[in-house]
Write a protein that binds this ligand. Sequence first.
Ligand SMILES: Cc1ncc(C[n+]2csc(CCOP(=O)(O)OP(=O)(O)O)c2C)c(N)n1
Length: 273
Amino acid sequence: MHLLSNIIRTERLPHEFCPGCAIGQVYHYAAKAVEELGINMDKVVFLSGIGCNSRGVGYVRFDSATTLHGRAIAFATGVKLANPNLTVIVVTGDGDGAGIGGNHLIHAARRNIDLTVILYNNRVYASTGGQLAPTTPYGMYTSTTPYGSLEEPFDLCSLVAAAGAVYVARWTTAHPYKAINSIKKGVLKKGFSFIEIIGQCPTYFGRYILKTTDPVKCLKWLIENSIMKESTSKIPAEELSNKIVVGEFVDKDRPELTEQYRILREKLKLQLV
Ligand SMILES: Cc1ncc(C[n+]2csc(CCOP(=O)(O)OP(=O)(O)O)c2C)c(N)n1
């Protein structure tokens, strides 16, 4: 029996992802976090956009929807404003959440609406054939950069932190417990939380960059190339630019949007219809 069969729709298995894909892990972390927090499953909504990453919402026993490409956060904003009592979790990808949906991402962080966004970053557009994403490392080969990318990637945690998110963390699929812990913190945090999870995509990132489709080798690479935020001062800046800096970057409080609306409505004595 699956460990999370109360949450994962095991009757839909086997899943449709490539062998060794990180997406199962990312959804497992999210489901585990919700289970450990003991939240009533009827009060949880999982939303996604389009991409390999987004297909996972069909495998969880929560109310869920795959929305339009890049628009999961816009959809989630509507859900949360309509019913602030719901726990709204968005699972998105680097192309979905930071490429086509990048504008929604920064504005949701700026508004500080109480959403938890889990962004699975495989550093390419995987579902469409391994094209360049806004997170693809400089110089990296992809199907649209055969001579290597000439673009600097986004540091998504810095971007979202600058936009005003109240909880921001980055982990990899080689840090499962830390990732689950951060999702729990993000869900409990009143405001916009962002957890980036860098995960193995053996089919593209593995094949193109690591020259392997072996998921274990990809995970080992993630361990060897990650560094805790607290240890960054110990290594030269040049070396650091090739590392994945993991840890918690923001944990603060500021007024949350739906709560401010509630207070305003009470002040104006407005009733919701
Ligand atoms: C409006 C629109 N533009 C483009 C596409 C094609 N498309 C589907 S998924 C995708 C990229 C997804 O990338 P990412 O979020 O990194 O997801 P992954 O497949 O890597 O998990 C694109 C460009 C689309 N479905 N809709």
